[in-house]
Ligand binder design. Structure first.
Ligand SMILES: Nc1ncnc2c1ncn2[C@@H]1O[C@H](COP(=O)(O)OP(=O)(O)OP(=O)(O)O)[C@@H](O)[C@H]1O
Length: 258
């Protein structure tokens, strides 16, 4: 039996170990470590019962539980599985390869830059007037589902329009504005709220919503605080707080150009 053990088996064991390590990390991040330990204990006892002890009755019951359990786990962890697959697909190298097949890559970069200035100027003006705002700039992950939670606008990016939407009396001032493909796609949209413990206590729901969307996809979320007028940006689950207009412009130019 031991003589059959070859390089293929070593690779097999290595890949399984790698997979288990990734699942462990993912579950640890989503605070589901105890579930992971529970699953591992079940799998080990299942293997022990059916493979080593060869208990047929208990083994067949556990077999059935495993097949149903897999579907249960997919339902239970659908958010984490979605995040994992997103991380896989959003990998920088994959995106670079995909860009090779995209025909309008040069114009996209230039137009991205042109659309940034009105957003920066609008944020500056909203900040001076202490008008709260939440603007999400789409990148490679489509935000159609988020846009559908608000009102579709589909207008060119315009400083005055952005300011008007966020003014307190505007019917669309609550919620987030979605910028997609150099256009104001929608406003009054509802974002997923982050439950992260790392967000400073003084930051409220608007900032949590910005953090939430930045954790779920590669979008850039800009927040203007109603309380302080401070401008912040959330990218990939990290905040950059109290930004000047120049800093905001440089962040947006760098990030949108990537
Ligand atoms: N899930 C969400 N999606 C989109 N917008 C949201 C969401 N949750 C809250 N908001 C927006 O944030 C506003 C509430 O902001 P809140 O005062 O709690 O946040 P804050 O982070 O402390 O911001 P500020 O510094 O402006 O007070 C709401 O009126 C709404 O416009």
């Amino acid at each position: 039996m031991f003589f059959d053990f070859g390089i293929k088996d070593v690779i097999d064991i290595f890949l399984v170990a790698l997979m288990l390590y990734y699942v462990y990390r993912l579950m640890k991040e989503s605070r589901s470590l105890n579930v992971f330990i529970g699953i591992m204990m079940f799998v080990v006892s299942w293997l022990f019962v059916s493979q080593i002890l060869e208990m047929r009755l208990l083994g067949s019951i556990m077999d059935k539980l495993v097949s149903v359990g897999v579907i249960g786990l997919i339902i239970l962890f659908q958010e984490d599985i979605r995040k994992f697959l997103y991380t896989l697909g959003a990998h920088q190298r994959i995106r670079m390869v995909m860009r090779l097949f995209s025909s309008d890559k040069d114009t996209t970069a230039r137009e991205d830059k042109e659309s940034i200035m009105p957003i920066v100027m609008a944020c500056l003006s909203l900040s001076k007037g202490k008008v709260g705002a939440l603007i999400v700039m789409e990148r490679s992950t489509p935000l159609d589902d988020i846009a559908d939670t608000g009102e579709i606008i589909d207008a060119g990016i315009n400083q005055r329009l952005i300011e008007n939407i966020f003014f307190k009396n505007s019917p669309l001032h609550d919620g987030a504005m979605i910028i997609s493909k150099k256009r104001i796609k929608a406003a009054g949209c509802i974002l997923p709220v982050s439950h992260s413990y790392d967000i400073p206590k003084e930051l409220g729901l608007r900032h949590r919503a910005a953090m939430g969307i930045s954790q779920e996809c590669d979008a850039i979320a800009i927040v203007v605080s109603e309380e302080t007028g401070g401008i912040s940006v959330a990218i990939k689950g990290a905040f950059q707080l109290r930004l000047s207009a120049e800093k905001l412009e440089s962040i947006l130019t760098n990030e949108m150009g990537q």
